[in-house]
Design a protein around this ligand. Structure first.
Ligand code: LER
Ligand code: MN
Length: 295
């Protein structure tokens, strides 16, 4: 089992991220799904420079990106986006795509359920054809109801994966499961061998270990179902602008290089731009919490 971390939660240069995570003992990066931002050759050189491997990439379903949009051209553009992301993962030697099918933050549907389901299956099948041909794996990721109305639970993600193909998998996320699952351990067991990626943060989406989740039991359940790939850290700290904030230095009031879309994406996740110091603390706490389980 290896430990990866995402990089969409803070707007900074990739080199700053890689310098931090390699110095803290991470071995893998789940790179943000922004192929338009990256020169794959440069990224490969940076990964090599810091001894970090690309584990995969997570879709950033912002703006019009939506595999189940009513407009067929919008669906086509969204499939193109994920195919570009998949090409980036392939070029970087990565393995997985954490696929959120619908726009994050869009919680009102605009078509009939059977139509949307058909469009989702169609769209993911087109991406699956590419991943099958290029040694990559899709993990359909359920996220909580305040981020999407479409796939919130493991069973729904499993149903979509099964409708797509035998090698289509599921990516579970402890933060979202804590909100949406009756019993997250039972869900992990039901997904079983279809589990292809595992995102970790605590119930408050702070670093693993900074909330109430039962990490020994989570790790034992992963062992029970034979999942031994990568734990992918994806904290996204809640905003606290009150005097009760236990981390007074956490909010970055003057973030550099943060686009409006990126800020909106953070805000859609109940977060905002955070300081380097606070972010490094969360990055450190995460690996400190997880590493003992890997022995
Ligand atoms: C993606 O992995 C995720 O967990 C979402 O909250 C982000 O869109
Ligand atoms: Mn996730």
């Amino acid at each position: 089992m290896q430990i990866a971390i995402h990089n969409w939660m803070r707007a900074e240069t990739l080199e700053s991220t890689l310098k931090r995570i390699s110095s803290l003992g991470y071995t893998h990066l789940e790179i943000q799904g922004a192929p338009e931002m990256y020169d794959n050759q440069q990224v490969k050189e940076l990964l090599e420079k810091y001894g970090i491997q690309c584990w995969g990439s997570v879709t950033l379903m912002l703006e019009e990106r939506n595999l189940l949009a009513k407009d067929p051209d919008q669906r086509k553009r969204s499939i193109e986006y994920v195919l570009n992301l998949a090409q980036m993962v392939k070029d970087l030697g990565g393995k997985v795509i954490s696929l959120v099918p619908a726009t994050v933050g869009k919680i009102v549907p605009d078509a009939r359920p059977e139509e949307e389901w058909e469009w989702a299956v169609e769209g993911v099948k087109e991406i699956y054809a590419f991943t099958e041909a290029n040694g990559l794996t899709i993990g359909i990721e359920p996220i909580n109801r305040f981020e999407t109305y479409f796939i919130n639970r493991g069973d729904q993600a499993l149903a979509l994966a099964e409708a797509v193909g035998p090698n289509c998998g599921v990516c579970l996320d402890t933060f979202h499961m804590n909100i949406e699952e009756v019993d997250l351990f039972a869900t992990m067991k039901r997904i079983g061998s279809r589990l292809v990626n595992f995102h970790v943060a605590d119930n408050n989406r702070m670093a693993p270990g900074m909330g109430k989740l039962d990490w020994p039991r989570i790790m034992n359940t992963l062992a029970e179902i034979g999942y031994d790939k990568v734990l992918s850290v994806e904290f996204c700290p809640p905003i606290d602008r009150t005097p009760a904030n236990p981390y007074p230095n956490s909010i970055d009031e003057a973030p550099e290089g943060l686009s409006d879309e990126q800020l909106k994406f953070l805000q859609d996740h109940g977060s905002t731009a955070v300081t380097e110091e606070f972010y490094t603390m969360l990055t450190q706490k995460s690996i400190n919490q997880l590493k003992p389980f890997l022995k």
